[in-house]
Design a protein around this ligand. Structure first.
Ligand code: GLU
Ligand code: MG
Length: 437
C-alpha cells in the first residue's frame, strides 16, 4: 500500500510521557520555525490521562518547535512504517520559551552553569526495564540464558538506537523479574537528556514490533528490585578540560565537582520529587535494593545517592578524563529533562555557595546507628512522594529555578496524581504504573 510519511513533533512532559502531534515528514525542514500548535493544559495530563486542575483550563495556545538535531527515522525492516519523531521545545506564539517547558528548565540550568562557572556537563543515562515477552526465571541476574530468552529484542533495540544516533554500550539481563539493563555513550547535557527520551521510546518501539511491551516502571512489584535510572555525569571546563578529579581531594574529587555534589545532596530531599516522581518510586528507594535511601556520597557504593564511580585502568583513558559521579536516586517516572535539570540546578547552587566536598562514605548507612548517622550528617531520604513534594513546596531556591508558575504547576500535577491511586494498596498501585511507563 502506498503511504505518505508522518513525523511526530514531541515533548517529554512532567508525567515523563512523550506526547506530540504528527505532520507531513516532507515539511519538517520548512516548518522548523512554525512547528505545531500546543495547549498549556497538556502539561496537566497525568500519567493516567486524568487532567490535574491547572491555571489554563481550555484557554491558551503555544507552539511545539522541533529541534531538528533530534530528528530520527528508524526503519525496522518489517512491514510497519518507520518510527519517526523529533523532540522540541514548548514556546509562546512569539517564540519566547514557555515557563513550564521541561526542556527549557534543563537548558536554562546548563546556560547558567556555563555563564557563571565556565563549565559544561556531559552525561549518560543508564536504564533498567522490564520486558514482558520473556519468562520470569529464578537466578536470571546477568545469566546468558536470560539474555538468550529475550530473543531478538536486544538486537532490534540496538539497531533502533544506532539508527537514532545513540551509541549502544551494554545490554544485559539484570537481577529483577524479566529485567534488562542498557547503557549508552555520553553526550553533552541537553543531548544526554534527549537521548534518554529517545532510548526509552526505542525500547518501547522495539518491543512493540515484537508484539510485546517494555516498561520502565520504577518498580514492577513491591517486593521486587526496582528499575533505576542512573545518571553518570562529569563537568568540563573551557576547551574540554576535565575538572572532576584531584588526586588529593576527598574520594579524589576536585573542589568544583565536590561543591556540585554537595549541592545535589543538600537539595536531594526536595529534588527527589523531580527525580523519583511517582508514589511507587519510594518503594524502590529502600535499603538492600541497590538503589539509594540516604543522602550520601558513596565510594563505589551502589546504594549511595551519588556514587563515586570506579576508574578502569585497562581502558587506556587518563584517570581524570574517566573520573565521574553517578546519581542513583532516579527512575523513569521522571522526564529526563526534569531529572537532569534538577541535578544541574542543585549542583550549580552548590557551586554558587562554594560548598565543601561531602565526606565520602565507605559503610552502609542503613546499618549505621543513629549517632553514627548524626556524626556523618546523613539522613534517610523522604519516604514518600508526598513528603518530597512538601520539601519541594517549601524550597524557595527550587521555586526560583523552576519559576513560580512551573513550581506551582508541578506540585499541583503531582499531588493530583497521588490522589488517583491513593485508594489502592502498593501491589495494585505498581500494577497501574507498569502500564504507563
Ligand atoms: N536495580 C537497581 C536500582 O533500582 C540498580 C542495580 C544496579 O545496576 O546497580 O537502581
Ligand atoms: Mg543495573
Amino acid at each position: 500500500m502506498r503511504r505518505e510519511e508522518i513525523v511526530m513533533v514531541c515533548c517529554c512532559d512532567i508525567a515523563g510521557q512523550v506526547r506530540g502531534k504528527g505532520m507531513p515528514a516532507a515539511e519538517l525542514e520548512a516548518r522548523r520555525q512554525r512547528g505545531v500548535g500546543w495547549t498549556p493544559t497538556n502539561i496537566m495530563i497525568t500519567a493516567f490521562n486524568d487532567i490535574a486542575p491547572g491555571p489554563w483550563g481550555a484557554f491558551g495556545d503555544l507552539v511545539l518547535l522541533p529541534d531538528l538535531a533530534t530528528h530520527l527515522r528508524v526503519d525496522f525492516g518489517d512491514d510497519g512504517p518507520p518510527e519517526q519523531f523529533v523532540l522540541g521545545d514548548i514556546r509562546h506564539l512569539d517564540g519566547r520559551p514557555w515557563e513550564c517547558c521541561p526542556r527549557d528548565f534543563l537548558r536554562r540550568g546548563l546556560t547558567a552553569l556555563a555563564d557563571e562557572f565556565g563549565l559544561s556537563l556531559k552525561a549518560a543515562f543508564e536504564h533498567e526495564l522490564h520486558y514482558d515477552r520473556v519468562e520470569e526465571r529464578p537466578n536470571a541476574g546477568y545469566a546468558l540464558d536470560a539474555y538468550r530468552r529475550q530473543g531478538a529484542f536486544g538486537e532490534v533495540f540496538f539497531h533502533a538506537m544506532r539508527q537514532a544516533g545513540l551509541e549502544p554500550d551494554t545490554f544485559m539481563a539484570e537481577y529483577g523479574p524479566a529485567q534488562y539493563e542498557v547503557t549508552i555513550g555520553h553526550q553533552d547535557g541537553l543531548g544526554a537528556a534527549d537521548q534518554a527520551v529517545i532510548l526509552r521510546e526505542m525500547a518501547r518501539a522495539s518491543a512493540h514490533r515484537l508484539g510485546g511491551r517494555a516498561s520502565f516502571t520504577p518498580i514492577l512489584r513491591p517486593e521486587a528490585v526496582g528499575n533505576g535510572v542512573h545518571v553518570h555525569f562529569s563537568l568540563w571546563a573551557g576547551d574540554d578540560q576535565p575538572v572532576m578529579h584531584a588526586a588529593d581531594g576527598p574520594g579524589e574529587i576536585g573542589p568544583r565537582a565536590g561543591a556540585f555534589a554537595a549541592g545535589i545532596l543538600a537539595k536531594l530531599p526536595a529534588i527527589l520529587a523531580l527525580t523519583a516522581a511517582s508514589p511507587i518510586s519510594y518503594l524502590r528507594l529502600t535499603p538492600n535494593r541497590w538503589s539509594a535511601s540516604y543522602d550520601n556520597l558513596g565510594l563505589n557504593d551502589r546504594e549511595a545517592a551519588v556514587r563515586i564511580c570506579p576508574v578502569f585502568e585497562t581502558m587506556g583513558v587518563a584517570r581524570e578524563r574517566q573520573f565521574h559521579l553517578e546519581f542513583r536516586a532516579a527512575d523513569a517516572a521522571a522526564s529526563p529533562y526534569m531529572l537532569l535539570g534538577a541535578i544541574v540546578w542543585s549542583g550549580l547552587w552548590g557551586l554558587r555557595g562554594d560548598l565543601p566536598t561531602p565526606t565520602p562514605t565507605t559503610e552502609d548507612p542503613s546499618q549505621m546507628a543513629e549517632d553514627r548517622l548524626a556524626e556523618l550528617g546523613l539522613q534517610r531520604l523522604p519516604l514518600s512522594l508526598t513528603a518530597a513534594l512538601d520539601n519541594l513546596a517549601g524550597d524557595d531556591d527550587i521555586k526560583a529555578w523552576l519559576g513560580p508558575q512551573f513550581h506551582e504547576v508541578y506540585l499541583g500535577h503531582k499531588r493530583f496524581e497521588i490522589g488517583l491511586t491513593a485508594h489502592l494498596n502498593d501491589a495494585a498501585r505498581c500494577e497501574r504504573y507498569r502500564w504507563v511507563y
